[in-house]
Write a protein that binds this ligand. Structure first.
Ligand code: ZN
Ligand code: ZN
Length: 362
C-alpha cells in the first residue's frame, strides 16, 4: 500500500483548506494513511512530515506497521502527548490551524483537545479529505476487495447447504461465519443478516433464534473482512413452493438491480444510479416498497462514501467501489433484496460478485 503517497496527496491539500496540519483520529483513515491496524492512535499530518501517536500496547506493532510517519509511544493520554508535541513544533509561527475530523470526535474529545492545545493553536473542522481520497481505490485495494468478495461469496454456498424449514436463523449465520474464519477471513464485516418469514421484510434483520418456516424468503446479507477490506453481498432464497407473487417481486428486484448496474459508469451521478433501480420497481408497481437507498461505497469500512442515493451529488469515477442493493419489503409478510459489489472502470463497471441471481427455491 502506498501510504507515503497518500500522505503526500493529503499534504498537498492542506494549504487550499487553509490548514497547517490535519489531525486524523478515525482509525480506518489512520490505517489508510499509514498502515496502522491497532485500536488506539492519532496521526498528525503537517507540511514537514507526519507523527503517529499510540500507547505502549502497540509499541511493537506500530513500529512494524506504520509507514511515512514518526512514531511516538505515549506514556500518557494520546491527546496529551499530541498537545506537547504541537507545543514544541509551532515555535516558529504564532498561529497554527489544525484541522480535526469533527464527525469522528465526541464532544468531550473535542473539548479535551481544545483545553490541552497550546495558545495560538486553532482547531478547525476539516472537510472529509481522507474519505474523499478513499473513494477511489488503487490497484492494490481493488485486489484486496476482489479477494474479500470471492471469499465472502463462498459463504452463500454454505448457507444453501444449511437453509431448510426448522433450522434457526442463528444456526445458518453460525455455519457461514465458521466457514468464513476457516477460509481465512479476519472477521465478518457486520453482524450476519439471516432474515426469514416476516423478518425478511426487515431491512436489517440480524439472524435471530427464529426457525425458518415453509413459504417465504430467507434474506442472507453478509460480508467478510480480508486484509482489512470488506465484502458485502445479499441473496434471497425462497423456502417451499414459490408463489407467483414471490417470483414477480424477485424478478422486479433483479431487473432493478441489473438496470442500476447497467447505469454505473464514470460521469454518472450516484442519484442517477439510484433512479435506474427505482424506475424499474415503480413500473412494476413496487416503488413504494423500496424503502432504502440503492447502495454505498465499500472498502476499509462496510459503509463509506459515496452513498448511492437521491439527494447525493457525487459523480462516479473510475476506482470507486459501490454496492447495488435494491429490495422490496412487505411489512408482516416478506421481503427480498439482491446485492452485489461493482467497481467503476474507465468505461463502465466491473461486477465483482460472481454469484448467480436466478430465482432459487429450496
Ligand atoms: Zn449488505
Ligand atoms: Zn450493503
Amino acid at each position: 500500500m502506498n501510504h507515503r503517497g497518500r500522505q503526500e496527496n493529503l499534504r498537498g491539500q492542506l494549504a487550499s483548506c487553509r490548514l497547517d496540519a490535519l489531525l486524523i483520529s478515525h482509525l480506518p483513515n489512520i490505517r489508510y494513511l499509514c498502515g496502522f491496524t491497532g485500536s488506539a492512535g492519532l496521526l498528525l499530518v503537517e507540511e514537514s512530515g507526519s507523527v503517529f501517536f499510540t500507547d505502549v500496547r502497540y509499541a511493537t506493532q506500530s513500529r512494524e506497521e506504520v509507514e511515512g510517519a514518526g512514531v511516538v509511544i505515549a506514556r500518557k493520554a494520546l491527546v496529551t502527548a499530541l498537545a506537547e508535541r504541537v507545543a514544541g513544533m509551532r515555535k516558529k509561527s504564532n498561529e497554527w490551524r489544525i484541522g480535526i475530523e469533527a464527525d469522528h470526535l465526541t464532544v468531550a474529545e473535542k473539548k479535551r483537545l481544545r483545553d490541552l492545545m497550546p495558545r495560538g493553536v486553532q482547531l478547525r473542522n476539516a472537510p472529509p479529505l481522507v474519505e474523499r481520497a478513499r473513494m477511489m481505490k488503487d490497484a492494490a485495494e481493488l485486489e484486496r476487495i476482489r479477494a474479500a468478495v470471492l471469499l465472502g461469496t463462498r459463504l452463500f454456498d454454505r448457507a444453501l447447504e444449511v437453509i431448510r424449514p426448522g433450522v434457526r436463523e442463528n444456526e445458518v449465520a453460525a455455519e457461514m461465519e465458521y466457514a468464513a474464519r476457516r477460509a481465512g477471513a479476519e472477521e465478518m464485516s457486520f453482524p450476519t443478516i439471516i432474515a426469514s418469514g416476516a423478518r425478511s421484510a426487515l431491512t436489517h434483520g440480524r439472524a435471530s433464534s427464529q426457525a425458518i418456516a415453509n413459504g417465504g424468503f430467507v434474506v442472507c446479507d453478509f460480508g467478510v473482512i480480508l486484509a482489512g477490506y470488506c465484502s458485502d453481498q445479499t441473496r434471497a432464497v425462497w423456502v417451499g413452493e414459490p408463489t407467483d407473487e414471490a417470483r414477480r417481486a424477485y424478478d422486479a428486484v433483479k431487473q432493478a438491480q441489473l438496470s442500476a448496474i447497467e447505469s454505473v459508469r464514470p460521469g454518472a451521478a450516484v442519484a442517477q444510479v439510484d433512479t435506474a433501480a427505482r424506475k424499474v420497481l415503480r413500473r412494476a408497481g413496487l416503488g413504494r416498497y423500496f424503502t432504502h437507498s440503492t447502495g454505498h461505497g465499500v472498502g476499509l469500512e462496510i459503509h463509506e462514501a459515496p452513498r448511492v442515493a437521491q439527494g447525493q451529488d457525487e459523480v462516479l469515477q473510475p476506482g470507486m467501489v459501490i454496492t447495488i442493493e435494491p429490495g422490496v419489503y412487505f411489512p408482516g409478510k416478506w421481503g427480498v433484496r439482491i446485492e452485489d459489489i461493482v467497481a467503476v472502470t474507465a468505461r463502465g463497471c466491473e461486477l465483482l460478485t460472481p454469484t448467480s441471481k436466478d430465482f432459487l427455491a429450496i
